[in-house]
Design a binder for this molecule. Structure first.
Ligand code: ADP
Ligand code: 5GP
Length: 222
């Protein structure tokens, strides 16, 4: 309905490691105030330059487990066989009700859990343009050694199997094009009746108006 603000929704970006989901998530958030970043909880130690509460909420394992037990996480996973990561549920709802799109940069197993825990979320599977590009990006990032790169490629093979369960797939070949495609998806999703604030009331009002117009028209022709 024109003039009515739509509800926001969580936008999940999942992809094999090295595809570019962190780059895309950060670029979306920087490009517009409509997007905000979902700050995950993790047991991994901060890397140089990472800020607590901005990049992640850095917690110890007992704290992570307590959050899990209290049902505070919308999804969680042990990523790459090491540390625990999870998405605080409260931030998702808060952002959506403010009309914002909260962007989740999470792994593929976590994204699958979001499907059932947050049915309103939109799940996008990002693909690299080619295996060669994926390898180049993984190696080029320089954050994993040779053994770790091999492990991530093996995981990528498994993760690709579930791509068709997602709502959308976007190929991250050219960064700007991929960003435009993500913005298109978000724009289209905003037109769903369930996302239009006050949709039922608007429909009721319109039906009442049409009813009055009909009465008026009948009385003129009788
Ligand atoms: P992920 O979060 O999926 O593991 P990153 O966002 O860390 O991946 O990206 C992996 C590497 O690929 C980074 O060095 C990043 O700068 C680079 N990258 C991301 N998107 C593109 C792109 N469209 N073209 C070329 N390089 C890219
Ligand atoms: P990193 O330790 O390099 O920041 O992240 C490692 C991986 O964990 C990335 O693939 C990232 O998307 C994923 N990740 C980050 N936060 C979460 C989260 O809250 N849940 C899940 N399932 N994965 C996450």
């Amino acid at each position: 309905m024109s003039g009515l603000p739509n509800r926001g929704f969580p936008l999940v970006l999942a992809a094999p490691s090295g595809t570019g989901k962190t780059t895309l998530a950060r670029a979306l958030v920087e490009s517009s105030e409509s997007f905000e970043f979902s700050v995950s909880v993790t047991t991994r130690p901060p890397r140089p330059g990472e800020r607590d509460g901005v990049d992640y909420h850095f917690v110890d394992e007992p704290t992570f487990e307590a959050m899990l037990e209290r049902g505070e996480l919308a999804e969680w996973a042990r990523v790459h066989g090491r540390h625990f990561y999870g998405t605080p549920a409260s931030a998702l709802e808060a952002a959506s009700s403010r009309g914002r799109y909260v962007v989740l940069d999470i792994d593929v197993q976590g994204a699958r859990q979001i499907r059932s825990s947050v049915p309103d979320a939109i799940l996008v599977f990002l693909l690299p343009p080619s295996a060669e590009a994926l390898l180049k990006r993984l190696v080029g990032r320089g954050t994993e050694d040779h053994e770790e790169v091999t492990r991530r490629l093996l995981t990528a093979l498994e993760e690709l199997q579930g791509a068709e369960e997602f709502d959308y797939v976007v190929v991250n070949a050219d960064l700007e094009e991929a960003l435009d495609e993500l913005r298109l998806i978000v724009a289209a999703e905003g037109f769903r009746p369930s996302r239009v604030r006050g949709f039922n009331e608007e429909m009721e009002g319109l039906r009442a108006e049409i009813g009055r117009a009909l009465d008026h028209s009948k009385s003129h022709h009788s």
